[in-house]
Design a protein around this ligand. Structure first.
Ligand code: SAH
Ligand code: SF4
Ligand code: F3S
Length: 474
C-alpha cells in the first residue's frame, strides 16, 4: 500500500548520531487545525528520537515545514521559507530539510526538482511515519512519501502546544468533491478512527490535565461512514452523534467541541445531542461558502440556503445563546454582483459570531480552476473588503450581548500580550481576557494563586470588541 520511494538525486544528508542528543528541530505549521494536530504528533516523534526544540528557526539542525495549499498565497509562502533554508543547507550539509503536509502531497517529486536541497517530502497521511522516513534519510536517501496510506494509530507521542486544550483527530481525509477545493486530492479518502481509540486518547489527555478537546475532521459529519455496523433500528452504528454520546463522560474533561461541520450532513439528532450533553459547547463552525443557491450548486456543496437557515434556526431553538461561525468564499467563477449581495444578506440575516473569509483562488486538479468565467483580481479585492467590513460589524453586534454578563471561562494561561492578565475562552469560543487579585505573572512566593491554567472561572464582562472580551474575575 505504501508507495514511499527514494531517489538518489543529491549528496546524502550527513549522518546524525543515533539515540538521544540528535540536535534541535524546528517546525513551522501553515494551514488548518488538521495540520496543527499533525505537527504536534510529528514534534512528539522527533522528541522520542532524541531531538529537542530549537530556540530559533535559523539555528535548528532539522527544519520541518508542515504546509498548506488551500489557496495560492498559502502555497507560495512556503517557497520563500524554503529559499532561506536551502541557502543555509549549502553552507551546512548537516541540516535536515523536510516538507510535510498538503504542498508536499500536491507537488511530490516536483518539489525536489524545485528545491534539490530537500531531504524529505512527505504527505499528510505519512505524518505518523516520520521516524521511519527519517531513518531512510539517514541512510543517505532523498525520500518522497506521497502514496495513499492507511493511517496507523499513533496517539502516545504527541507533544501538545497547550496544556489545557487539545485536538483529537476523529476522521482523516474528505470524500466530498467541492469544485474549488484541493483537500480531497491532498488528504485522500475518509478514514474514521474507532470510537474506542478516540475515547482512549481522550482519557489519556484528561489524565494528563487537559480540560478541553476539539474533535477534528475536514468533514466531521462524515464520521463513521467508513466503519462497519448497523443498529437494530437500521441506521449506521457509528455517527458523530453516537461518538459524542460515547465520549462525553470522560472524567476530568470539562468541554468538548468539534469541527468542521458540513451543512449537507448536519442532522437534527446531532443538534439534540449537543443540547442534551452538558460538556458539548454551544459553538458551531458550519461553513456556508455562498448565500446563493446557483453558486452553491456550481460549488457542488449539496445544500441550499434554505437548508442552511433551517439548521441554524433549529440550533437556536434548542440553544438560544449558541455561537455560529462559518467560512465563505467570494468571487467564485461566474459569481454576479447580485449573487455576492446574497452572501452579504445572509451574513446580515444570520448574525455570525465569526466568519473566515477568502477570495476564490484557482487550485490545481480542481474543476472550477478551468472554468472560463474567472473574475478579476480587482473584483476579488473589492468584494473581500466589503465582506470583511460586514463580518466585523456583525461580530461586534454579537459580542455586545456579553456586556455586563457573567460568563464561564476556561483559563488557558497568561495573556501573552499583557502578562498581568489571564486569557481563556467562553463556551461559545470568544477569546476573553481578565484580571484577578492575583496577577497572572505573579511568581512563586506571592501566595497561593487564585487562578491557574485549566481552571473554570466566572468572569464579569466589562468591555466587548468584535472578536474578544475583557472583564474581571467574579
Ligand atoms: N471542510 C471544510 C473546509 C475546508 S477548507 C468545509 O467543507 O467547509 C477551509 C476553507 O477554505 C473552506 O471552507 C473555504 O472557505 C476555503 N477554501 C477552500 N478552497 C478554496 C479556494 N480554492 N479558494 C478560496 N478559498 C478556499
Ligand atoms: Fe474541501 Fe468540500 Fe471537503 Fe470541505 S467538504 S474539505 S470544502 S472538498
Ligand atoms: Fe491547508 Fe491542507 Fe488544511 S490544504 S487547510 S493544511 S487540509
Amino acid at each position: 500500500m505504501t508507495a514511499t520511494h527514494s531517489l538518489q538525486l543529491a549528496p546524502p544528508a550527513a549522518q546524525s548520531p543515533a539515540g538521544p542528543g540528535r540536535g534541535s528541530y524546528w517546525i513551522t505549521t501553515f494551514g488548518c487545525q488538521m495540520n496543527k494536530a499533525d505537527s504536534e504528533r510529528m514534534a512528539g516523534i522527533l522528541e522520542t528520537l532524541g531531538y529537542r526544540e530549537a530556540s530559533a528557526e535559523l539555528s535548528a539542525d532539522l527544519v520541518l515545514y508542515n504546509t498548506c495549499t488551500i489557496r495560492d498565497n498559502a502555497e507560495q509562502k512556503v517557497y520563500s521559507y524554503l529559499g532561506r533554508q536551502a541557502q543555509r543547507k549549502r553552507l551546512n550539509p548537516h541540516l535536515t530539510l523536510v516538507v510535510a503536509g498538503c504542498v508536499a502531497q500536491q507537488e511530490g517529486e516536483a518539489l525536489l526538482r524545485r528545491v534539490p536541497e530537500l531531504d524529505l517530502v512527505m504527505g499528510p497521511q505519512h505524518a505518523n511515519r516520520l521516524d521511519t522516513l527519517l531513518a531512510q534519510v539517514e541512510q543517505g536517501q532523498q525520500v518522497v512519501a506521497t502514496g495513499e496510506h492507511h493511517i496507523l494509530e499513533d496517539i502516545t507521542t504527541a507533544r501538545r502546544d497547550s496544556a489545557v486544550c487539545a485536538w483529537v483527530n476523529v476522521i482523516y481525509g474528505c470524500n466530498e468533491r467541492c469544485t474549488y477545493c484541493v483537500v480531497p486530492s491532498v488528504r485522500g479518502q475518509e478514514q474514521s478512527r474507532r470510537p474506542e481509540a478516540i475515547r482512549l486518547e481522550m482519557e489519556g489527555l484528561a489524565a494528563r490535565g487537559f480540560r478541553e478537546i476539539t474533535l477534528l475532521g475536514q468533514n466531521i459529519d462524515a464520521y463513521g461512514r467508513d466503519l462497519p455496523g448497523i443498529t437494530p433500528e437500521g441506521r449506521r452504528q457509528h455517527t458523530l452523534t453516537d461518538l459524542l454520546h460515547h465520549v462525553h463522560d470522560v472524567e476530568g474533561l470539562e468541554r468538548i467541541r468539534f469541527a468542521t461541520s458540513h451543512p449537507r450532513y448536519f442532522t437534527e439528532r446531532l443538534i439534540d445531542a449537543c443540547a442534551a450533553l452538558p460538556k458539548v459547547c454551544e459553538h458551531f463552525h458550519i461553513p456556508f461558502q455562498s448565500g446563493d443557491d446557483a453558486v452553491l450548486k456550481a460549488m457542488a456543496r449539496g445544500y441550499t440556503v434554505e437548508r442552511y437557515r433551517r439548521i441554524l434556526s433549529r440550533i437556536r431553538e434548542r440553544m438560544p445563546d449558541a455561537a455560529i461561525s462559518a467560512d465563505v468564499i467570494v468571487a467564485f467563477p461566474g459569481e454576479s454582483e447580485a449573487q455576492f449581495r446574497r452572501t452579504l444578506a445572509l451574513i446580515e440575516e444570520i448574525g455570525f459570531d465569526q466568519v473566515n473569509t477568502a477570495a476564490y483562488s484557482p487550485r490545481p486538479n480542481t474543476p472550477a480552476a478551468d472554468w472560463p468565467d474567472q473574475l478579476s483580481e480587482t473584483v476579488k479585492v473589492e468584494r473581500l473588503q466589503e465582506l470583511n467590513a460586514l463580518v466585523e460589524r456583525t461580530a461586534r453586534r454579537r459580542s455586545a450581548r456579553y456586556q455586563g454578563r457573567l460568563v464561564q471561562v476556561l483559563v488557558e494561561g497568561p495573556n501573552p500580550r499583557q502578562a498581568s492578565q489571564w486569557m481563556g475562552r467562553t463556551r461559545t469560543n470568544r477569546l476573553t481576557f481578565f484580571s484577578a487579585d492575583q496577577p497572572a505573572g505573579a511568581g512563586p512566593g506571592s501566595g497561593a494563586p487564585a487562578v491557574q491554567a485549566g481552571d473554570l472561572v466566572n468572569v464579569r464582562i466589562e468591555e466587548v470588541r468584535a472578536f474578544s472580551l475583557s472583564g474581571t474575575l467574579a
